[in-house]
Design a protein around this ligand. Structure first.
Ligand code: FE2
Length: 281
């Protein structure tokens, strides 16, 4: 198993979560959007324009549970084009420490076992997202390496992406470049001195074209582990079926996490080790 991961940069673990656990996470994610989306600002998440669009709602969400809207859910004047439940792109970015349903899955001993199987020594849970990929309007997530957004020295970020609903070719499943993690980090998304964010170029070679990516359609309950340097992508969802996924990102406790990373936390919610088990929430 670890041999496949070292060769490909990803690992598919079928039946990681039971249908009942997936259903509970879906129910909770939808509940959060119903409770919170009407209260917050209509902050859009779009990977296409992330440097320009990063607002305070996004930049200060590292220790919060916040909703972000689909770009296509909002009209030019900011009014909603669809009902609120269908308008949310994702919830981020501390579900794993603040919500009991997501905490139980994130800190389950089996998650720690998979992390150990892909060579993580002492994983810290740094970020989590419930990604909706809404029917009809779920936006594309452009080809990227996760280490661009969660940079450590040495590089250590590892993604644990779980399909809570079937991810298919039609509704925006993951695509990845097998072996692409052996190439260097191309750029880094960081806080700019004086405010805002920017991409810092580290290596000029381009990310792979779509023809070099393979599709990873997986049924609900499947865990896909992604190396932090692996180029991956998911397309827009023009189908009538939602594709809700939960993503947890971990870094090595011993790695340096620069303050210039976009994602940061206040002193009230320090990062926790997977080995700590679920927090009392
Ligand atoms: Fe990613």
């Amino acid at each position: 198993m670890v041999g496949d991961y070292r060769r490909d940069g990803f690992l598919v673990v079928p039946d990681f979560l039971s249908p009942g656990t997936c259903a509970a996470m879906i129910e909770r994610a939808v509940q959060i959007t119903e409770e919170q989306a009407p209260m917050g600002p209509r902050s859009v998440f779009s990977t296409a324009v992330q440097a320009r669009r990063s607002d305070a709602w996004f930049l200060e969400s590292g220790d919060q549970v916040r909703c972000f809207f689909e770009e296509e859910a909002l009209a030019a004047d900011g009014s909603l084009q669809v009902e609120t439940g269908r308008a949310i792109n994702k919830i981020g970015h501390a579900l794993h420490d603040l919500d009991p349903v997501f905490a139980a899955v994130s800190y389950d001993p089996r998650m720690r076992e998979v992390a150990a199987a892909v060579d993580m020594k002492d994983p810290l849970a740094v970020q989590s997202m419930a990604i909706f990929k809404q029917p009809g309007i779920g936006g594309e997530v452009g080809c990227h390496q996760d280490a661009c957004f969660l940079y450590t020295e040495p590089l250590s970020v590892t993604g644990f992406w779980i399909a809570l609903e079937d991810a298919t070719l039609d509704n925006g499943c993951l695509w990845a470049q097998p072996g692409g993690h052996l190439d260097p980090l191309r750029r880094r998304f960081r806080r700019k001195v004086g405010g805002g964010t920017e991409f810092e170029m580290l290596d000029a070679r381009p990310l792979p074209p779509p023809a070099e990516l393979v599709a990873l359609p997986v049924p609900a309950g499947t865990l896909v582990v992604l190396h932090g340097l692996l180029p991956h992508w998911s397309g827009a969802n023009r189908s009538s079926r939602r594709r809700l996924a939960y993503a947890l990102h971990c870094i090595e406790a011993a790695a340096e996490y620069p303050a210039s990373n976009w994602l940061r936390r206040g002193p009230g919610l320090p990062l926790r080790r997977l080995a700590d088990g679920p927090p009392a929430v």
